[in-house]
Design a protein around this ligand. Structure first.
Ligand SMILES: [Zn+2]
Length: 584
């Protein structure tokens, strides 16, 4: 007999279906923005057999939306803390919390996936998503996938042979930036723009939410710039120039020297150079080159000098600290269309670029870069996680799982889009449509042959394995055969001598235009044919395609995205192209 705490679910599902839901073994992959919501929802509807996997530890920057975590949990395992938190919601819940990498941890084999009734993804990167997709196809388990991009999101189900899989449609590229890249090792202008936005937040916005904020409760010395930055907030308009000069000197000079002394950049390719403190403080004390109303025509297209940047930042500070703006102090949010905050970010990013020997940007260029960064919206995560649980209830009710007869997901599953503005015939914010079937061009769920164009005379077998098979096609440990002869096999040491050879020089006649290779990976239970097409290196656009490889199938068009232990946001690479939506 169900307990009163489950009355609401029993009323909705009926006793028999609720009992299935209660004992349904659910794997949740990811305990971040979507994962926290999802785990809470699952416990509240009555799921009692949960497993959660996440490789991340909790960062201060997670606390604004990953509500199962508190300040005291910073540095601890997300999976473990989330597991403890939901047990407090309902002590009947059996949670197995695993701190580990779903892709590389040897525990997570196909057989392990077979032990669950349903798998729910709460991930933030393409690599992990396509891996779980492949494992669920191999294990023949339903996968409830979701993703968010700012206000947009989507939820859909995947099952082998019944629906399109995660890799049936190409994914547009969007990159996420690891926090350590932003705080310590920027290598591109965009890293400096992100850093400048975080500095803006530290000085004028919600400081404790900034990536540059040092939690006073955390162990270790605070950064050398912490007190100088805090002083900017509390100073008067008259003191602004001096305070800004001191903060910039601390950030771009003292902190860089401190990090150099600590050996942070011992193994770095490029070692940063501190800027001159007097140049920064003098710059801040001077008036900007011209007032807002009287700037030269090209001021936003010119790259400002370091003292000019200092002067611009001081002027923005004077503006934001002035009496009529003062009440917004502590709640300012960067907006690329807000003149003052954009000027601040352009100038601060410019200084940061100079420290790390990156070509600095003009305000105009910085605005373009800043505009492409999508923030994570907690509400969208909540909506999406709620929809995922509704899909799980549907799977139980419609006998797609835990039933002798098995209903195809193609009949009952839904692909639901979350829109920012009401659209469509009924003007709904949530738009459910029928699921697509498996796509014949998909090499993952339909074993379609993958045409790959590259220079067979220049590309080595090693590059083919690393770039084409592992990076672009997502294989973990591929074995490659040409007809009956093996070319690559990590368990056959004799074949290692093939790796430095170019494809055309390989044994058994070489791999040339038109060669068909069989690629097999036992770890993900996937075997596909790769058709090699010769395309001379000189025929590639080196800027757009520096690796000089074309994967000529829709499913593999998405390049791999950096995986890392920390992400700024849930920024998601999962949005579908407009063309697909238009078909419904
Ligand atoms: Zn597919």
């Amino acid at each position: 007999m169900a307990q009163p705490r489950y009355d609401h679910s029993v009323a909705g599902l009926g006793e028999a279906n609720f009992e299935k839901l209660r004992t349904c073994k659910v794997l949740v992959v990811g305990a971040g923005g979507i994962g926290c919501e999802l785990l809470k929802n699952l416990v509240l509807v009555g799921c009692e057999k949960l497993t959660v996997v996440d490789l991340d530890t909790i960062d201060v920057s997670n606390l604004n939306r990953q509500f199962l975590f508190r300040k005291k949990h910073v540095g601890k395992s997300k999976a473990e803390v989330a597991g403890e938190a939901i047990k407090r919601f309902n002590p009947n819940v059996e949670v197995e919390a695993i701190h580990g990498n779903i892709i590389t941890n040897p525990l997570f084999k196909v057989d392990w996936f077979r032990g669950f009734d349903a798998v729910i993804n709460a991930l933030d990167n393409v690599d992990a998503r396509r891996h779980v997709n492949r494992m669920c196809l191999a294990a023949d388990k339903p996968l409830i996938e979701a993703g968010t991009t700012g206000f947009l999101g989507q939820v859909f189900c995947i099952r082998k042979g019944e629906t399109a899989c995660y890799e049936c449609f190409p994914k547009p590229q969007r990159v996420v930036y690891p926090i350590c890249t932003i705080r310590s090792t920027p290598s591109q202008p965009v890293h400096c723009v992100v850093w400048a936005k975080e500095l803006f937040k530290l000085l004028f916005g919600d400081a404790s939410a900034s990536m540059l904020f040092d939690d006073p409760a955390a162990e270790g010395e605070p950064s050398s710039f912490a007190s100088a930055c805090a002083a900017v907030r509390t100073t008067s308009v008259d003191g602004a120039s001096k305070a800004v000069g001191a903060a910039l000197a601390a950030l771009c000079d003292a902190e860089v020297k401190a990090q150099l002394a600590l050996g942070t950049y011992k193994t770095a390719k490029k070692v940063p150079t501190p800027l001159s403190s007097p140049e920064l403080t003098d710059g801040a004390a001077s008036q900007p080159p011209s007032t807002i109303t009287n700037r030269p025509a090209d001021w936003d297209r010119a790259v400002w000098t370091a003292p000019q940047c200092s002067a611009e930042i001081a002027e923005v500070a004077r503006e934001l600290l002035s009496n009529d703006m003062k009440e917004r102090l502590g709640s300012w949010e960067f907006d690329k269309d807000d003149e003052a905050s954009m000027r601040f970010v352009a100038a601060a990013a410019n200084l940061r670029c100079r420290v790390f020997h990156i070509d600095p940007l003009s305000l105009y260029e910085a605005k373009g870069v800043a505009g492409n960064i999508v923030p994570a919206i907690a509400t969208t995560n909540a909506v999406v996680a709620g929809l995922q649980v509704l899909e799980l209830l549907r799977l139980v009710e419609q006998k797609c799982i835990l039933s002798e007869e098995r209903t195809s997901l193609a009949e009952v599953g839904r692909y639901t889009y979350c829109q920012r503005f009401p659209t469509g015939r009924k003007c709904e914010l949530l738009q459910p449509v029928a699921l697509e079937g498996p796509q014949p061009t998909c090499y993952v769920c339909r074993n379609a042959t993958i045409p790959v164009a590259l220079d067979t005379n220049e590309t080595t077998l090693q590059t083919f394995v690393d770039v084409v098979l592992k990076k672009k096609l997502g294989f973990i440990d591929p074995a490659v055969d040409k007809g009956n002869s093996g070319l690559v096999d990590s368990e056959d040491e004799g074949l290692a001598r093939n790796l430095p050879l170019t494809l055309a020089k390989l044994p058994a006649g070489g791999v040339v235009n038109g060669t068909l290779l069989c690629v097999n990976d036992f770890q993900i239970d996937l075997e596909v044919n790769v058709e090699v097409r010769h395309k001379a290196n000189k025929d590639f656009d080196e800027k757009a395609n520096p690796e000089r490889v074309d994967i000529l199938t829709g499913a593999a068009a998405a390049p791999a995205v950096a995986t890392h232990h920390d992400f700024i946001s849930q920024n998601d690479e999962n949005s579908e192209p407009a063309a697909k939506k238009a078909r419904h």
